[in-house]
Design a protein around this ligand. Structure first.
Ligand SMILES: Cc1cc2nc3c(=O)[nH]c(=O)nc-3n(C[C@H](O)[C@H](O)[C@H](O)COP(=O)(O)OP(=O)(O)OC[C@H]3O[C@@H](n4cnc5c(N)ncnc54)[C@H](O)[C@@H]3O)c2cc1C
Length: 418
């Protein structure tokens, strides 16, 4: 919802303003005006969605992390669909306000771009709504959404439009069209070459029934990152080449070794658990993410749920982590061997942190009372760091609200982009 307030609504308001000022105010309540405004904003937002998907560092910085960037991308997509629906429903072909075609072409081409756009939008909704579509299929379909954007730009250029290139609205659309097309081509064709990537080799592997832990060593240059960052890894082996994001569960170190702790949950992680062995080569792309501990003397609360422990493992080993005023709640199942709870306890002890493991098999849970008892008056001034499942985040937000902890004090990272 924050995404709507911060970028999407102001952007729609701006688009409506620059296009609306070209049209007499007595026509603002007509069907055609609503259709025109909705269609115009839908195309501009599509361009922004593609720019958001480039993973450009400066955009990640503005958004506060790649997960937030994809969140914004997702809400922009939902807004595009609603605007497209408005555009089609309110279209009346009346009141052209002196509209002209930027590129005059035969009607059959106008129809072609319109149809590509229409079918593309329907397919995009289908892939977004039907969660059963496997991630790798969704990902390929999603990558091609740039073609839908290009069809939208061609639609604008070939129909009679008031947003011609002599108007601010037309120039704005033109800029978004060029940057969006460049972003699409970059993401599709050049990202894998230009994004920072490093060659690594698996040096050690441990597994239990639900989790894999493995260490990799650099084959050439080592990656430079901050504790809490994540990377995309892709193995050279068939079936494991698709890049997947995982947090580095290790602090930056001299020899450049990285560790990952991965919960087995779907096709890829299951295959990885079966086939992973020392000596396998992989590529690491990144680093990404903004889940980095801020240097502060305020009390800190760390809440890790399940495999959400990984960024905290990195923080625990980081030389820069040095706030004894920290309470660390680790919510875990209770029978896992990886990661070893006693290993986490020892790391927390070495940093002088108050470590509170809560095993669900023992009926232990995070509650408002427990947080209040542990932190006392300090709770409302604490910086809270969270990493874990969506449901636990929602529950944590409720607890913090009941303890009057401002939402600006909660920092979190989600382990999902979709
Ligand atoms: C920033 C970030 C950090 C993460 N860190 C860790 C970690 O340290 N340890 C850990 O166990 N898991 C982590 N994950 C989650 C991990 O990426 C997924 O669990 C894994 O990719 C699932 O793959 P699968 O095919 O086995 O499961 P599936 O059942 O196919 O996928 C489960 C979900 O994982 C996500 N996913 C699947 N494939 C991809 C992909 N190629 N790229 C992006 N997302 C995908 C989708 O949301 C999907 O719905 C992290 C995710 C993110 C976004």
């Amino acid at each position: 919802m924050k995404s709507l307030a911060l970028l999407i609504l102001p952007l729609i308001a701006f688009n409506s303003y620059i296009l609306g000022r070209q049209i007499p105010s007595e026509d603002w309540l007509t069907s055609n005006f609503i259709s025109l405004e909705a269609g115009y904003s839908a195309i501009i937002l599509m361009g922004f969605m593609i720019i958001l998907a480039t993973r450009w560092k400066w955009i990640e910085k503005i958004c506060g992390g790649l997960d937030k960037m994809y969140h914004l991308h997702k809400w922009s997509g939902i807004s595009v669909m609603l605007l497209a629906l408005l555009h089609i429903s309110f279209m009346s072909y009346k009141g052209t306000w002196g509209a002209t075609k930027i590129i005059p072409v035969e009607y059959s081409y106008v129809k072609l771009f319109e149809n590509i756009l229409f079918i593309g939008l329907i397919l995009t909704v289908f892939f977004a709504v039907v969660k059963k579509v496997p991630y790798h299929v969704w990902r390929i379909a999603h990558k091609l959404a740039g073609i839908v954007f290009m069809a939208a730009i061609m639609h604008w250029l070939t129909i009679s439009s008031v947003a011609t290139l002599h108007t601010p609205a037309g120039l704005w659309m033109g800029i978004v069209g060029i940057v969006g097309t460049f972003a699409f081509i970059y993401r599709l064709a050049f990202y894998s070459w230009l994004a920072p990537h490093y060659s690594y080799q698996v040096s050690e592997v441990n597994k239990d029934a639900r989790t894999i832990s493995f260490t990799i060593k650099p084959l050439a240059k080592k990656i430079s990152y901050k504790a809490g960052n994540f990377v995309f890894i892709s193995f050279k082996d068939k079936g494991l080449r698709e890049p997947h994001p995982f947090t580095i569960a290790e602090a930056p170190n001299e020899d450049g070794n990285l560790r990952f702790v991965i919960r087995i949950c779907g096709d890829y992680t299951r295959k990885l658990a079966e086939e992973l062995k020392a000596g396998m080569n992989l590529e690491v792309v990144g680093p990404y993410g903004k889940f980095n501990r801020q240097k502060t003397s305020s009390p800190e609360v760390w809440i890790a749920g399940g495999v959400g422990i990984t960024p905290f493992l990195s923080w625990l080993k980081d030389a820069e982590t040095s706030n004894p005023n920290t309470s660390f709640f680790y919510l875990y199942h209770g029978d896992e061997q990886i990661p070893d709870v006693s290993e986490i306890e020892a790391l927390a002890k070495a940093k002088n942190l108050n470590f509170i493991p809560l095993a669900s098999t023992k009926g232990e849970a995070l509650t408002t009372d427990l947080l209040q008892e542990t932190l006392g008056d300090k709770v409302s001034s604490a910086e809270v760091y969270f990493c874990g499942p969506k449901g636990l985040l929602k529950y944590t937000k409720q607890i913090l609200k009941s303890l009057s902890v401002p939402s600006s004090k909660l920092h979190y990272e989600m382990f999902a982009f979709r």
